[in-house]
Design a protein around this ligand. Sequence first.
Ligand code: DC
Length: 230
Amino acid sequence: MKTITIAIDGHSSTGKSTVARALAQHLGYVYIDSGAMYRTITLYALEHDMFENGLVKPNLLIEALPGIEVAFEKNELGQNVPHLNGRNCTIEIRQMLISELVSQVAAIPEVREKMVAMQRSFQTQGGVVMDGRDIGSVVFPNADLKLFMTATAEVRAQRRFIEIQESDPSVTYQQVYDNVVARDAMDSSRAVSPLIVADGAVVIDNSEMNQADQFQMILQLAQDRIYNRI
Ligand code: DC
């Protein structure tokens, strides 16, 4: 059976990674969360004092890049989880502080260059589902299926707020909402690889869609391509 490349981009907290992971599992494909890679680099920068007054010092980070190893290793459930220089950093990269700082790091061209090269290397492993912001536009412009997911900022903040309560109950809805809006603005307006609807992408607004219906719809789109029905 033919294997395909599926690129899922869109706004933050639209459930890209949930649907991407489920799709990869269903199809037996590799799932790569590209946002986790930018978060992992941000964690490194934070641990090595590369922020001053909340602003990243790009030159320090660029200089350190050759020594920063971002990798995915399988956990006990067989899922690819992010590692920073050999250490599992799955939990740490989800902290609110990382969410607040990551857009600055993701805007550095040298960081993107390193991440994009690594992201492309996953295609050699067969079927791939990758989610992020520039997967259909930059990383895999020839992807067989491109999706662009969106939802209203209020719906996205509410979903993220519920999720974040589990790890950090002190975070307020307003903080999460502000972060969602700020990240959208930064991701869409940056000079390098801004968040755009890639050529040929199917746009899905899931503000009022449940997860099961969305999954079925996306699976159908993938199967149409796998079996050459379109
Ligand atoms: O998907 P996420 O929220 O975990 O992504 C974290 C940040 O990384 C987000 O602010 C945008 C950035 N990012 C990016 O610039 N390009 C990607 N391919 C994935 C994420």
